[in-house]
Design a protein around this ligand. Structure first.
Ligand code: AMP
Length: 404
């Protein structure tokens, strides 16, 4: 087992109440171990740990991120040698908000940790958890490079017309209010894989990516460079998500405050955690939503229709912004697995050169695949995302570039 760990990158995704981790060989993409700590801070925490020879589950309270992460590192150590001697070559940290500051994989030092902490005002749920992840991992693995890969980085150079909110420019500048975009690692990875699948250079392609998971976002990518994306200052804007509302008239916020008497934290909770599919139907998981639709729930059917309507609105906008598209790509738990959403999002678009092949679309697989009909001008692809691998590769590349 120790030999299998040697040469891997440890990828850490330290979220608001969960931590995902993976040990992966950056070149071969072989995953040696992966797992999830969830419900941190709740009475019923859970750790799931998969490795090449088995699977472990631990139930019980996990007080905080620090103790959760230490438990994970202990479990990794339990596979073989002491952690520091196991041959891990780098740690790749998924960091959510890089603000205006970070736009490429970054070697983590004290100043970077502080800068990510300072950006917490823009991502109060995520950046503080990211900071703890960096602190603990650097304490436990002090002798190898730690690399931050930012969710916002891919979108850093989008045109100003796409990143600027039409509000008072001085207030916007003073408070960093602009559109940043998120899920960048996934949009970048998936669009690269799409070009490779088509045997084309990404620089020659216009691609629209729909990353549809619990969080969901769309992007318009021209020649490898994003020109627009659906998430904004925070990951709340854009598509309908599991628990987030996506686009909404900001007037709703004032109305909730003035007429419903809700204060800002309650509105934050409402729009981030109790809206989207969950708000409209009672469930945030897409499979559960489809079961409700099948059982005749009108609320669930409306939620599904709103979800698809929003997808089509973004598709139309991005088709025009790009002036035509070579490929539409679906990824994320819903995008990779749900044929109905893909069919309905692209239904009736033959005049725009987009025709889905019903049989290819309905065929289940976990591989990269084409689901457009043979005559479709636009390629429609399903490309499984792999943010961990993308982060591992970025961390490994930066680690290798450092002077020894
Ligand atoms: P992610 O955040 O990418 O892990 O995606 C989570 C979402 O994908 C949840 O809403 C799941 O219900 C959905 N999902 C996962 N597998 C399937 C499936 N086989 N069919 C439909 N939705 C799925």
């Amino acid at each position: 087992m120790t030999a299998a760990i040697a040469g891997t990158v440890l990828v850490l995704n330290s979220g608001s109440s969960s931590i995902k981790f993976q040990l992966v060989h950056p070149e071969t993409a072989e995953s040696v171990a992966h797992g999830l700590i969830e419900r941190i801070g709740e009475p019923e925490g859970r750790i799931v740990f998969h490795h090449t020879t088995g699977f472990e589950e631990h139930l019980g309270a996990i007080t905080d991120h620090r103790s959760g992460l230490r438990m994970v590192l202990d479990m990794i150590e339990g596979l073989g040698r002491p952690l520091r001697e196991a041959g891990i070559v780098a740690v790749g940290h998924r960091l959510v908000h890089g603000g205006e500051v970070f736009h490429e994989p970054t070697l983590i030092d004290d100043a970077v940790v502080q800068a990510v902490a300072d950006l917490s005002v823009l991502a109060p749920l995520h950046n503080p958890a990211n900071v703890i992840g960096m602190e603990v991992a650097r304490e436990e693995l002090p002798d190898i490079p730690h690399v931050g890969v930012f969710d916002t980085a891919f979108f850093h150079d989008m045109p100003a017309a796409a990143t600027t909110y039409a509000i008072d420019r001085d207030i916007a500048r003073e408070h960093g209010i602009r559109r940043y975009g998120f899920h960048g690692t996934s949009h970048d990875y998936v669009s690269q894989r799409a070009a490779a699948f088509l045997g084309r250079d990404r620089a020659d392609l216009n691609i629209i990516v729909f990353h549809l998971g619990n969080g969901a976002s769309a992007s318009a990518i021209a020649g490898g460079r994003p020109i627009d994306t659906s998430m904004g200052l925070t990951p709340l804007e854009g598509l309908v998500m599991g628990t987030r509302c996506g686009d909404i008239d900001p007037g709703v916020v004032m109305h909730l405050n003035r007429s419903a008497g809700l204060r800002v934290d309650a509105i934050d909770d409402l729009l981030n955690r109790r809206s989207g599919l969950k708000g409209m139907s009672g469930v945030n998981d897409f499979r559960a939503l489809l079961r409700l639709v099948a059982d005749g729930s009108e609320d669930a059917k409306l939620a599904y229709d709103v979800y698809v309507h929003r997808l089509r609105r973004y598709l139309g906008a991005y088709l025009v912004e790009l002036g035509g598209v070579d490929a539409v790509v679906f990824t994320g738990g819903v995008g990779e697995n749900n044929a109905d959403v893909r069919r309905d999002a692209l239904a009736g678009l033959g005049r725009l050169g987009i025709v889905v092949d019903p049989e290819a679309n309905a065929t289940r697989a976990d591989t990269e695949r084409r689901i457009s009909a043979p005559g479709s001008e636009v390629e429609v692809l399903v490309i499984p995302t792999d943010e961990e691998l993308a982060i591992a590769r970025a961390a490994d590349a930066l680690a290798k570039s450092l002077p020894r």
